[in-house]
Design a protein around this ligand. Structure first.
Ligand SMILES: Cc1cc2nc3c(=O)[nH]c(=O)nc-3n(C[C@H](O)[C@H](O)[C@H](O)COP(=O)(O)OP(=O)(O)OC[C@H]3O[C@@H](n4cnc5c(N)ncnc54)[C@H](O)[C@@H]3O)c2cc1C
Length: 533
């Protein structure tokens, strides 16, 4: 039986392509709501229409068994899943493909690849699931290298130890979300880190990007679940100490969490895991005013209730995802626990939302809620990656900027960022676009807003138009006091704004750390640490 292959250009497996009628229906529905008109023609990319540059390097014989120059393999490791990644793939442009793809089977293979690459000046791009939306896995490394290798870690995918007493598990970094959850399930445990990209992203990728997962409050980012890490760098291998907490200087785990493959390759981690929840309540609460919904979310977290789900979705986004009619804003609330009933928490949270005129139209008991507005929103959320690529294929610019801001600045911030995206769309495409906002995560001191936009892609100028919109949004959110990313990471796309945002001295310290760990600078060049800073 032949192996099910991933698409070389998009989300999921090759067989996961919508039927033509289904694709057209999706496009028509989104077009009607957003007012953005699609292009009629479309064709999915085909590998026999891709011309790849000849590999500039060959693997040494000791690494030949884990190296691949197969065209599908090289194409599938050229891009992540950002808008410009899709556009170039649809154009069959794979000019920056890696020369080789390496598939380490053990940590010692990772060491051997780094030793060889350091010796022959070949750049190494760590690759987990390739779901980066910020240019994190693209082997565009410039002229200074003899070649570029994409190192795919997905064969390092085992849960090798489970410590039930400590509620911790030792997991190899290349395990995809479902792969690691399947291995934890027989122990009654779960990592419970479910980014929207869960199905096709890895533990190592999550740690390297400080991904944001299932929990909308408290343990929002993956690093909150790290107990210890094992990292291979060109200078050697290090492992941090397994501890429930430590005040011994700056945390080495925190240095590598968010290091985006620029400081070392994370090969495994001890992760804090939890029993699977059995008690659940969820509710959809509707508001006439967006700021009332935002303030209700603030009220809930500031009351110390810490729901697992606490997502404000503006009226237009609720309409777009099919959960509302566009007249009311939605707050999705969810509580879960393995040991205690959560009804009283939900009752208190609903009380907070009532203080801001929220109207709850449903709430359910212990079963995971798959019905009503909360269930519909969840289904739309999981299907969104497939919808997105269908829309891009039909000539729409579909993307998002995600950020965080304190509550005191939120109202002005929301207006400034939304307006700047809308104005930029009109300026560069000549027609109005569609901009919506939701909260992905909520803190006691502020929300993490996520602005989704739809615009018409000018024929032949889609990437330039996207770049201009993205730049306007990034400038606006930085000027209004936000962060260039709350959880999508920096990659190559956010570098100009990340460099502005971080203190210059911190940039130098990071560059010095890289020099120590990666003296030849072969690890993911151009990401996180620019030239000279
Ligand atoms: C549809 C969609 C939905 C998404 N939803 C979310 C979301 O809800 N939350 C969120 O946080 N992000 C989300 N993302 C972004 C992306 O999924 C995350 O950044 C994710 O953590 C990347 O994991 P990955 O395994 O795919 O890593 P990759 O994309 O393969 O790599 C990401 C970066 O990490 C580095 N890297 C990967 N593995 C390792 C390793 N073992 N050691 C060192 N460096 C490594 C790479 O070099 C690269 O710089 C989404 C993306 C898409 C396309």
């Amino acid at each position: 039986m032949s192996e099910r292959r991933y698409k070389f250009w998009g989300w999921g497996y090759e067989d996961q392509i919508p039927e033509s009628g289904e694709a057209e229906a999706t496009v028509a529905r989104v077009s009607e709501i957003t007012g953005v008109r699609p292009r009629a023609e479309m064709r999915w990319p085909a590998i026999d229409r891709v011309t790849l540059p000849d590999p500039r390097v060959q693997p040494p014989s000791v690494l030949a068994g884990i190296a691949s120059t197969d065209a599908h393999d090289r194409a599938a490791h050229t891009y992540g899943k950002s808008f410009p990644d899709y556009v170039r793939a649809f154009d069959h442009d794979f000019e920056c493909a890696p020369d080789l793809v390496m598939w380490p089977r053990h940590e010692r293979d990772v060491v051997a690849v780094l030793d060889w690459a350091s010796d022959v000046n070949v750049a190494v791009i760590p690759f987990g699931g390739g779901s980066s939306v910020v240019g994190g896995v693209e082997p565009s490394v410039g002229e200074g290298f003899a070649g570029a290798v994409s190192m795919d870690l997905r064969k390092l995918n085992r849960v090798t130890d489970v410590n039930v007493a400590d509620r911790a598990a030792h997991i190899e970094a290349g395990a995809l979300g479902p792969v690691l959850e399947r291995q934890l399930k027989p122990h009654g445990l779960t990592l419970r880190h479910f980014p929207q990209s869960f199905e096709f992203s890895t533990l190592g990728g999550w740690i390297a990007t400080r991904s944001g997962g299932h929990f909308a409050t408290l343990q929002t980012h993956i690093e909150d679940s790290i107990e210890s890490l094992r990292v291979v760098s060109p200078r050697g291998t290090l492992e941090t100490r397994r501890l429930p907490g430590s005040g011994a200087g700056p945390s080495p785990d925190r240095l590598f969490a968010g290091s985006e493959g620029a400081l070392g390759i994370i090969t495994s981690a001890w992760m804090r895991v939890v029993p699977r929840p059995v008690h659940r309540r969820s509710a959809a609460v509707w508001f006439k005013q967006f700021l009332d919904a935002a303030n209700a979310a603030r009220g809930v977290v500031q009351a110390g209730l810490w729901p697992a789900n606490c997502r404000v979705i503006d009226a237009e986004e609720a309409r777009l995802t099919g959960v509302g009619d566009g007249s009311r804003h939605l707050l999705v609330l969810g509580f879960e626990n393995a040991n205690h009933r959560v009804d009283s928490w939900m009752e208190e949270a609903l009380q907070c939302t009532a203080d801001f005129s929220g109207i709850s139209d449903e709430s359910s008991g212990d079963a995971p809620n798959r019905s009503g507005a909360t269930g519909s929103w969840r289904d739309a959320f999981m299907g969104a990656p497939y919808v997105r690529e269908t829309l891009i294929a039909h000539g729409l610019i579909v993307d998002a900027v995600e950020t965080a801001i304190t509550w005191d600045r939120f109202p002005e911030f929301h207006r400034a960022v939304r307006d700047s995206i809308g104005e930029a769309i009109l300026r560069v495409t000549g027609v109005p676009g569609h901009v919506t906002c939701r909260f992905t995560h909520v803190y006691a001191d502020g929300p993490a807003p996520y602005f989704t936009f739809h615009a018409k892609a000018p024929k032949g100028g889609a990437i330039q138009a996207w770049r201009a919109i993205k730049a306007a949004a990034s400038e606006a959110l930085l000027a209004a006091g936000g962060t260039i990313t709350h959880h999508h990471a920096v990659g190559r796309d956010h570098m100009p704004w990340y460099t502005k945002q971080r203190p210059a001295l911190f940039g130098y310290a990071l560059a010095a750390a890289k020099k120590e760990l990666d003296p030849a600078g072969i690890l993911n060049p151009g990401v996180l640490i620019g030239n000279g800073s």
